[in-house]
Each structure stands twice: as structure tokens, then as C-alpha cells.
Design a protein around this ligand. Sequence first.
Ligand code: TYD
Length: 131
Amino acid sequence: MYKNVSFKEITDQRGSLVALEQGIEIPFDMKRVYFIYGVGGDDRRGFHAHRNLKQLMVCVSGNCKVLLDDGGEKVVVSLNSPSKGITVNSMVWREMYDFSEGCVLMVVADDIYRECDYIRDYELFQEELKK
Ligand code: TYD
């Protein structure tokens, strides 16, 4: 359903740097990066699964939680470091919540935005899993 990934931090007296390269830290061909930010502490986002999309999620500032559900198992992952993240497979329902003040959630994806790849209805997600 998902994998924890951690990245090398290059730190000196000026601070830290993390680099993500396709084929090394990013285990797929990347076609898109987007950021979610300015989310209120009581707001939840996501509420969908992707039919084919693979993603890498990293909280580059602040922290948030991600609920992942493959139809059988549910797990909650805390994202709280710019040097740690998760890769998430397709056909996993996700909800993001408990965004801290100033949280910036970066998502790297292996395809451009296509609404037809989304399943936004939980019952439909369960039906498609059975196919
Ligand atoms: P939405 O899927 O509701 O975000 P979340 O999963 O974080 O709750 O997306 C919000 C809007 O942004 C929606 O109109 C679709 C649009 N959007 C794009 O145009 N491009 C993208 O890459 C993404 C992820 C969303």
C-alpha cells in the first residue's frame, strides 16, 4: 500500500539540503509536482483513490497525517520531515488531516493531472477493488 522513504540530508553550518532524483529517491518517472498548503487545522483533504497514479508525499514544512486504506487495512502515517516521505501505490484511498500551521505537503506524481484517474466515491472504490 505504501513505503516509508528517507532521503540523504546534506547539512552544513548554513542549513540543510535534500535532493530528489528520478530513479533514485523517486522510484518512478515523474511527470508532476504539486504542493498543498494553507490548510486549516480542522480541514481534511484527499478523500479519493487513484486508479493508476503513483505518488511520493513529503511534508517539506510542518506536519500532517495521512490515512491510507487499501480496502482491507487502514494505516495512519505522520509526515513531519523534509527528509522523510512515503510512496503510495494506486488504488489506495487517502485522507490528509491535522495539518500544522505553515504545513507544506509536496506530492510528486508519475502522471499529469487527469480527473478520470480519480475515484472520489468510497463505495465505487470498494467496487473497483473487487474487479
Ligand atoms: P483535490 O483533488 O480536491 O485536492 P485534494 O486531493 O488535496 O483534496 O483538487 C483540488 C482542485 O485542484 C481540483 O479542482 C482539481 C485541481 N487540481 C489540478 O488542477 N491539478 C492537480 O495536479 C491537482 C492535484 C488538483
